[in-house]
Design a protein around this ligand. Sequence first.
Ligand SMILES: NC(=O)c1ccc[n+]([C@@H]2O[C@H](COP(=O)([O-])OP(=O)(O)OC[C@H]3O[C@@H](n4cnc5c(N)ncnc54)[C@H](O)[C@@H]3O)[C@@H](O)[C@H]2O)c1
Length: 359
Amino acid sequence: MKQVINVNLKTNKYDIVISQSENDFLTGLKKTLKTSSLFVITDKNIEKLHLKYFTNLLKQKGYNVKISVIHAGETGKNIKSLSFLYDKALEAGIDRKSCVIAFGGGVVGDVAGFFAATYMRGINYIQVPTTLLAMTDSSVGGKTAINTKGGKNIAGAFYQPSLVWINSSFLSTLPRRHIKNGFAEIIKYALIFDKKFYDYLFDALDNETIAPKDFDYIIYKSCTYKAKIIEKDEKEITGLRAVLNLGHTFAHALETLTKYRKFLHGEAVAIGILFAAKLSLRTKICGPEVYKEVEKLLKKANFNLDAKNDEQQLLLLMKKDKKSLNGNIKFILIENIGKTADRLVKDDIVLDVLKSFTR
Ligand SMILES: NC(=O)c1ccc[n+]([C@@H]2O[C@H](COP(=O)([O-])OP(=O)(O)OC[C@H]3O[C@@H](n4cnc5c(N)ncnc54)[C@H](O)[C@@H]3O)[C@@H](O)[C@H]2O)c1
């Protein structure tokens, strides 16, 4: 089944095509592109698993395909990869009219997007995500970035793709840990926007493996929510997009403290969501039944919610986060399943909740 979400931004419009049919992608591509010159960027794992299939698809349609492969995982999201891509693209004759295809997970999407934003002052790019996290979150919204020595996503740009093709059949080779990782952001959408979606996820997670039709529905719902938010606040200016940061202030602190080695992003976000629920309970934004519902779904998705860590360090790191204001930290809190509220919370309360949470 094919589903199309139109993302209507002030600056540009693009389609998210959710379909396992290659023809749906190729039709979208033909409609979008004015060039036959493509620069496919992927990583070493996807190169082994899916690159041949993907590039053959393009070549059969007459596209002139050049390929560049970066290191897999977070270590590939750096200035070295970017510099390597600039050189490779130039060598391959990629020009201002060519189009980049980011074929991979969130790392490939972020690096290839930033490459496209800056190569020859900006060329078009298309996202073809291959992880659940990228299909439900990072391939939509135009945030592109690389990490520097100083931290995560330090250099980047808002730069929207011209098309997103999501084919959930790529998930068949994705390791279980990365499937679970994707569920944190999906659960986040349900908690922010939609009790019915919460119930749907609760049932879908009953099964040992998620059925393809469930994946497609989950991806569709997630992208719809993300698109709705970015249409209203593309560059996180009005504060609306900030709602998507639910669980992220704590998650970023935990990831930094554990040097990005212990937790995948989604694993840290899952713990961050539970922390936000605990803070919501403590500040009486929600009652105990809401907290329990949040915990129940995160546990059902099999997240390890053990957050044992140094609470003072976590507090310090959270205060360094972008969401800190006049010493108080701004949190997205959970009022009810499907409803959030933002609040500035005083340090002593945050620390108090951290103590009960991290011991
Ligand atoms: N731009 C945004 O809005 C946004 C949002 C959330 C996260 N992110 C970024 O996304 C990154 C994380 O993304 P991710 O979780 O997709 O990580 P990833 O891109 O590192 O992919 C995870 C692992 O799975 C492998 N892989 C990818 N697809 C596969 C497949 N189909 N089969 C088998 N293996 C496959 C990759 O090679 C990698 O080893 C982080 O850098 C994060 O900052 C960006």
